[in-house]
Design a protein around this ligand. Structure first.
Ligand code: TTP
Length: 393
């Protein structure tokens, strides 16, 4: 089955993390987010991946190349991010027969994707507590009967997860009218499919829509916990690895380091001496974590340097960041309230009592910088020695 993967969006809600990286290429447990989607599609029997690209298209193209795990890959370019139906429309010239569509920034349960492919035409659902933020799906007698986008009064708790198998006829139904929010939405295509066909709902046992920085942390937590530990890099006899730890070839763990898995250390990274990595941490390629540094439940992207005497907790650091000695991230408010973060200009709750900071590419902090919970630093920000940073920069 041809599988369209939507990977044209920027991911503006990720803030500085997507200033130069498209969201589907952000790391989740050692691989780009979109690789997990492609893996689920290939495991389910995709015959071809049609990847829709737009923002920073080259990064996505060069990751996939012409084939992915022996499955041919074709690219379709969406000129403007005009909506999910518009994205699938960009892929239309490549389509020939029934086809699947998957969001390139969601973590799907692979077994359910297989079931989705076997139950065509089909739509994957996930039960959520607050459906009003989602497309909400109604089901009667095992058939999808309705879908409404972000209803004030949701009829059910089944969220649409952006994973479908459409019949061939849907190729002609992609020219939907512009929606109230000014986009061409795939839910309008789904509505036509439901009218004409019996669409089978397929419940997912695991689903994550990775839209905001703390969701990237949580996606890493989920998939790191599912990894098998492998140590291919160089680990000192005087280091201690507990739980599930991946150390890729070319990574170095120095004496005195303690790692409590699940933790992933990518190629070229060096850790220690005397550093402490705690569960849920991902270190990208060529990251350096030095003496006396503690890192907990954080995503640290490639080329970043946390060389000495620093603490980083529940945070996402971009590429080529440099933390001066004694840079400390506070990841818990004194009043114990949930941490808020700026997402597209609004301060919103992360829903987490523990959340640190979001740091864009190339940020440099001076020695003894204190970063308060929920602070975002945009790419290239420089702090002075001894600064206490309470607001976004
Ligand atoms: P969204 O998460 O709604 O959009 P986004 O990725 O641009 O993120 P943000 O809202 O933070 O800016 O998109 C859902 C999926 O569809 C995702 O995989 C990206 C993809 N998409 C496109 O490929 N083209 C589009 O025009 C849109 C709106 C989304």
């Amino acid at each position: 089955m041809q599988t369209v993967i939507l990977a044209a969006g920027q991911g503006t809600r990720m803030g500085p993390l997507t200033e130069s990286t498209p969201k589907p290429m952000l790391p989740v447990a050692g691989r780009p987010l979109v690789a997990h989607v492609a893996d689920a599609a290939v495991d389910a029997g995709a015959s071809e991946l049609v990847v829709v690209v737009g923002y920073e298209a080259e990064a996505v193209r060069s990751f996939f190349g012409d084939t992915y795990r022996d499955v041919p890959v074709t690219f379709a370019v969406q000129a403007e991010q005009a909506g999910t139906a518009d994205a699938v429309r960009a892929a239309r010239p490549e389509l020939d027969g029934a086809f699947a569509v998957l969001n390139g920034d969601n973590l799907y349960d692979p077994a359910a994707v297989e079931q989705l492919f076997e139950s065509a035409p089909s739509l994957a659902t996930y039960e959520v507590d607050d459906p009003s933020n989602y497309g909400v799906v109604s089901i009667t007698d095992g058939i999808v009967t309705d879908i409404v986008e972000k209803p004030a009064d949701p009829p059910t708790t089944y969220a649409n997860t952006g994973a479908y198998v459409f019949p061939e006829a849907a190729i002609d139904w992609l020219d939907v009218p512009e929606s109230e929010r000014g986009e061409y939405e795939i839910t309008d295509v789904v509505a036509q499919v439901i009218d004409a066909h019996e669409v089978t709902p397929v419940p997912l046992s695991r689903w994550r829509d990775v839209g905001r920085p703390w969701e990237l942390l949580e996606a890493n937590e989920t998939l790191l916990a599912e990894l098998d530990g492998t140590v291919d890099g160089t680990v000192s006899d005087d280091a201690e690895l507990r739980g599930t730890v991946v150390v890729e070839a070319g990574a170095t763990i120095e004496p005195g380091v303690v790692i409590e898995g699940p933790v992933y250390v990518s190629r070229g990274a060096s850790v220690g001496p005397n550093a402490y990595l705690r569960g849920g941490t991902f270190l990208g390629a060529d990251v350096h974590v030095g003496n006396g540094v503690e890192i907990k439940n954080s995503v640290i992207r490639r080329g970043t340097n946390v060389p000495h005497l620093s603490y980083v907790g529940d945070s996402v650091l971009g590429q080529d960041v440099n933390f001066g000695a004694g840079t400390n991230v506070a990841n818990l408010r004194h009043d114990g309230a949930t941490v808020h973060l700026t997402v597209k200009g609004d301060r919103i709750s992360t829903g987490r009592r523990k959340f640190g900071v979001v740091v864009g590419d190339g940020v440099k902090t001076g020695i003894n910088t204190s970063l308060e919970p929920g602070v975002t630093l945009s790419g290239g920000t420089v702090t002075e020695p001894g600064e206490r940073v309470r607001r976004d920069r």
